[in-house]
Design a protein around this ligand. Structure first.
Ligand SMILES: C[S@@+](CC[C@H](N)C(=O)[O-])C[C@H]1O[C@@H](n2cnc3c(N)ncnc32)[C@H](O)[C@@H]1O
Length: 254
C-alpha cells in the first residue's frame, strides 16, 4: 500500500477534525452529480455509483468486502441506505489509525466488521459475493488481485475505481485478464470526478481554514491530495494526463 504512515497521518487529522468540529471527512474525490443531501454527498455518491455499475442487488443477503475502507463511512452508508439489511460488510484497512477508528465508531453496526490488514485477504476461498475499492492501487497489484480472485465466489464481482496515467499505464485491462477476471464494464468517469472537485472546492477551503493550526506544508499537501482546483492533482485530471475509471470485473462461473 501507499505509505502506511502517510494514511495514518491523514486519518489522525480527520479524527481530530471530527473531534473538534463534529463533522466526518471521507477520503475520496467524490462523484458528481448527486441527489444525496447528506454531508459528504459527493463522496457517498461514489459508493452508490459502484453499486449501480455492478448492478448489485438491493434485496439479496450479500457478503460484501471493501478493501481499503478508510474510516468505514462509505460501507456503513451502503449497509444503511442502499443494500439489504441482511448483508454482511467486511472492511479491510491498512491504516492502524483508521482501523481503530472503525472499531470504535461503528461498534454498534451488527452487520459490519473491520480487520486491520495490509496484504492478501484474510478469508476462506469463494467467500465474498462482492469486493469494492476506491482508489487503493490494489487493482494494479498482481498478488492482491490473486487474493481477491481466490476469495470471490464464482460469478462474484470486484467493482472498483482507479486512476491511470494515460501515457504510461497502458495495460490495466491485460493485468486484470491475466489474473483470471472477465471485464464486464469499464467507464471513464474523469468528468464526474472533476465535477466533484469543482463543486466541493468551497467546502474543502472551509476545512483548510479550520485546520489553520497545521503546518503550511501539510495544508498545501492536503489541498493537492483532495484535488482542489488550484492543485497539481486537479491539473493532471483536467488535461487528461490522468483518467479515472469504474471497472466491474467478475470471476468466471464454474
Ligand atoms: C483513497 S483512500 C479511500 C478510503 C475510503 N474508501 C473512502 O472513500 O473514504 C484508500 C484507502 O485504502 C487503504 N489501502 C491502500 N492499500 C491497502 C491495502 N493493500 N490493504 C488495505 N488497505 C489499503 C488506505 O489506507 C486508504 O485508507
Amino acid at each position: 500500500m501507499k505509505s502506511r504512515s502517510l494514511f495514518n497521518y491523514i486519518y489522525a487529522i480527520y479524527s481530530l477534525y471530527e473531534l473538534r468540529y463534529g463533522k466526518v471527512l471521507l477520503n475520496n474525490y467524490g462523484y458528481s452529480p448527486t441527489e444525496i443531501t447528506k454531508e459528504n454527498a459527493l463522496q457517498l455518491q461514489f459508493y452508490t455509483e459502484l453499486m449501480k455499475a455492478g448492478e448489485v442487488s438491493q434485496t439479496d443477503a450479500l457478503n460484501i468486502c471493501e478493501v481499503g475502507c478508510g474510516q468505514g463511512h462509505g460501507g456503513i452508508y451502503l449497509l444503511n441506505n442502499i443494500l439489504s439489511d441482511k448483508c454482511q460488510f467486511t472492511g479491510l484497512e491498512g491504516s492502524d489509525v483508521a482501523f481503530l477508528y472503525c472499531k470504535f465508531k461503528h461498534r454498534k453496526q451488527k452487520n459490519a466488521r473491520f480487520i486491520l490488514n495490509r496484504q492478501g485477504v484474510p478469508s476462506p476461498d469463494n467467500y465474498f459475493d462482492v469486493f469494492i475499492s476506491l482508489e487503493t492501487g490494489i487493482p494494479r497489484d498482481d498478488e492482491q488481485l490473486k487474493e481477491i480472485y481466490r476469495s470471490l465466489k464464482p460469478s462474484g464481482a470486484f467493482i472498483f475505481y482507479e486512476t491511470y496515467d494515460m501515457a504510461h499505464d497502458s495495460e490495466p485491462d491485460a493485468q486484470l485478464k491475466n489474473a483470471g477476471f472477465n471485464i464486464v464494464k469499464k467507464t471513464n468517469v474523469t468528468a464526474n470526478i472533476l465535477g466533484s472537485m469543482v463543486e466541493d472546492n468551497g467546502r474543502k477551503l472551509k476545512y483548510l481554514s479550520k485546520l489553520w493550526f497545521l503546518p503550511k506544508k501539510t495544508q498545501t499537501y492536503l489541498g493537492n491530495y483532495w484535488g482542489m482546483v488550484d492543485s497539481k492533482k486537479f491539473e493532471i485530471y483536467s488535461n487528461n494526463h490522468r483518467n479515472g475509471f469504474i471497472y466491474v470485473i467478475t470471476k468466471p462461473a464454474v
